[in-house]
Design a protein around this ligand. Structure first.
Ligand code: ATP
Ligand code: MG
Ligand code: MG
Ligand code: MG
Length: 470
């Protein structure tokens, strides 16, 4: 009998409750009193005041399952087996209480005795200079040296600017050669989907000062994060997080509405997965009070929602469809997040209004594009100028992929170089506009990794000419 995602969540919370942890609820996706972050992206993020001693935690040991959004992963969504923009992070935390030994021991106990993952499939990584962690894994736990890798700062050291920081240690599951990239040095830390990183243990033991010194903290902390969808993927033996029991329900909604089969074409599979993911982000964001807008979180919401709608259109869905998927998200997650059920009608209303607005944009853009095509045909030309392609995209918010698709049918090309040139000009204009922004939340540069279509529209923000166009 395979463990469902919802069962895994409660089993994790119960396990750490049995180790005297206070079981906390997920915090909102909207950070409280934290201007450094646009959206909560880890279990630890909302607990920062406890780690920094600004606030007193309910207990020195705590466990949560936290809803998270990582727009920085958007390019991976649909392409890797393991990334979503929305996911749930299981985590146990120690505020100056237990440290490395317990964190590693309990982690191992949970994974091998409760989840019963086969020991020989498990690998671990430690920070290259963290001999303590290496010894614990190797000597105390008994993980053979062949399955412990030492990784550098980029992968296994956690720090954000100054303040508390420290080495990490990750647990990986080897899904076997069929998921590998085939390189001879493919091992944990490789970008492919063979060794899935599922649990990160952060050992916050230093305090980095202005001079760049790493001073030992008198009372080090523990902060761990385990992706619930990833564990479920491993436990259920499915190919990707999109096929775990809960996600599958949403994915099937997408295939039914679009009348597509999953697993037939990689292009439509990517669209199917993107919609499956984005509708979760959108549903949870709206339930936490975020409204579509042209700035900040509202902008992230708007772009994710429209990106989902656009992929739906590309899959051939004619009608509006997002609210039907919202029902599926709530059906599988509502028990764990009762706010979804309480606000179900409200969430659907907000999403349907925005989806309608987007359709108007699409209708208007299609009309204008039809005009361009007519003109080109009359002039016996077969290439749309970069300027016009950009105008459609920038002024009318018409997705460039749709322009391409429609033009392909007419055997017309886009002047790509010209289009890029216009984008670049826009980027420069936006950069100077942005220098005037004071909102601290932007420092994180959360948009830098959004896909090109999303990014350049964002960079128009602050420029009054582009206000209201998305
Ligand atoms: P990866 O290297 O695979 O991108 P990460 O090192 O960025 O993961 P962490 O910041 O260590 O991830 O987060 C802790 C855990 O949260 C990960 O071990 C993973 O299980 C999960 N996780 C991280 N990002 C995602 C995501 N985009 N979608 C689903 N789960 C995620
Ligand atoms: Mg990552
Ligand atoms: Mg990683
Ligand atoms: Mg990690």
């Amino acid at each position: 009998e395979k463990m469902s995602l919802n069962d895994i969540r409660s089993s994790f919370l119960n396990f750490f409750a049995s180790k005297n942890h206070y079981v906390g609820k997920s915090y909102s996706l909207v950070p409280e009193n934290d201007k450094s972050l646009l959206l909560i992206n880890s279990g630890m993020a909302p607990l920062k005041p406890f780690f920094m001693g600004i606030d007193t935690p309910p207990n020195k040991r705590m466990v949560t399952c936290q809803k998270c959004i990582r727009t920085g992963d958007i390019e991976n969504v649909g392409k890797t087996a393991r990334h979503g923009t929305f996911f749930e992070m299981l985590g146990n935390f120690s505020f100056g209480d237990y440290f490395k030994v317990e964190s590693i021991q309990w982690g191992w106990e949970y994974v091998t005795e409760h989840l019963k993952m086969p020991v020989e499939k498990l690998w671990v990584s430690v920070y290259e200079q963290d001999d303590d962690a290496y010894e614990i894994w190797n000597k105390t736990i008994g993980v053979p040296a062949e399955r412990i890798v030492r990784l550098g700062k980029a992968d296994n050291f956690w720090e954000i600017g100054l303040g508390p920081c420290g080495p990490c240690s990750e647990i990986y599951f080897d899904r076997g050669e069929k998921y590998g990239c085939g390189h001879e040095n493919c091992k944990p830390g490789c970008d492919c989907d063979r060794y899935v990183e599922f649990w990160n243990h952060v050992f916050t033991q230093f305090d980095k000062d202005e001079q760049g010194n790493y001073n030992p903290l008198p009372k080090p902390n523990i902060d761990t994060g385990m992706g619930l969808e990833r564990v479920a993927c491993i436990m259920q033996g499915v190919d990707s997080i999109f096929e775990v029991d809960t996600m599958q329900q949403i994915l099937e909604g997408v295939t039914t509405l679009s009348n597509q089969k999953y697993g037939v074409s990689s292009k439509s599979d990517i669209s199917i997965r993107i919609i499956t993911d984005h509708i979760r982000s959108v549903t949870f964001m709206v339930s936490d009070g975020i409204m579509p807008s042209n700035e900040g979180r509202g902008y992230v919401l708007r772009r994710l929602l429209r990106r989902a709608a656009k992929h739906g259109k590309q899959l051939g869905i004619q009608d509006t469809f997002l609210t039907a998927l919202v029902d599926r998200v709530i059906a599988v997650s509502g028990q764990a997040y009762p706010e979804l059920i309480e606000k179900q009608e409200y969430i659907k209303k907000v999403i349907s209004v925005e989806e309608d607005r987007f359709r108007e944009t699409i209708d208007q853009g299609s009309e204008i594009l039809r005009g361009f095509v007519e003109e080109l045909k009359q002039q016996k030309k077969t290439c749309l100028s970069g300027e016009n392609a950009f105008k459609l995209y920038d002024t009318y918010g018409f997705p460039i992929e749709l322009t391409k698709e429609i033009l392909e049918e007419e055997r017309i090309e886009i002047d790509e170089a010209g289009f890029k040139e216009e984008m670049e000009k826009q980027r420069v204009r936006a950069r100077s506009a942005r220098q005037n922004m004071e909102d601290e939340g932007w420092k994180e540069d959360i948009f830098s990794k959004l896909s090109a279509d999303i990014r350049s529209t964002f960079e128009g923000y602050g420029n009054t000419q582009t206000e209201g166009k998305v």
